[in-house]
Design a protein around this ligand. Sequence first.
Ligand code: 0L1
Ligand code: MG
Length: 263
Amino acid sequence: MKDHSYLAVAEFLNEAEQEKREVIRITEDYPDLSVEESYKIQEELINMKVNSGHRIIGSKMGLTSHAKMKQMNVEEPLYGYIFDYMVVPSGGEIHMSELIHPKVEVEIAFILGEDLEGPEVTRTQVLSATKYVTPALEIIDSRYKDFKFTLPDVIADNASSSRVVIGNTLTSLNSLNIDLDLVGATLYINGEVKACGAGAAVLDHPANSVAVLANMLARKGEKLKAGDIILTGGITEAIMLSVGDTVSGQLDQLGDVSLTVKE
Ligand code: 0L1
Ligand code: MG
């Protein structure tokens, strides 16, 4: 792909998000698109959002479960960026009219107290740099038709990032009685259990996800900063949402996080 095409493809994906319109995946036109090139498109997309006045508040990791990595035939998770306009307060609403075909997953979010700079960040360093952990719901909303894509497609599309609900309870790690890999998570929709899992579903331990992110960012000279919010990856599978749904994510010792889906 030629350098000037990165910008054109990023514009195409940004418009799809703004117009709430699903589009044909970009690898139909660029079948040889590499992972490296797809991060360049993502970078253009992120710059475009920043230049239009949106603020980055953190990042997200995706494809962090062994099952999802196997399904996509990849050996490494992917990352994307979370913007201020994506954040919904716990107990708040998301609006279907602003989205395409949203799905929800339960995650553990980390809030950093110190910067973390790769390339060799370890889980132990992550745990000591973490100020709080909190439950989160991630709403993913791929801009691609029928949620179908290859790895470069989804990387370019900012890892399907769409909305994020952060719980109201902030917990410091030394006040937890269990390790985060053992934290159980349950996703309820309209009072029914739709999915459940444990923190270990996320790269064996959610702190590993933050370490991998720091080390991936180091490849392009970026670091994680104190105050960043990091969504470490879905503990549960992602479940399709419909208007009228009331969603609750409950995590052992970390508390609850919820949202309602409106028109
Ligand atoms: O794990 C995730 O947050 C999803 C990342 C992108 C893949 C998808 O949209 O399913
Ligand atoms: Mg996620």
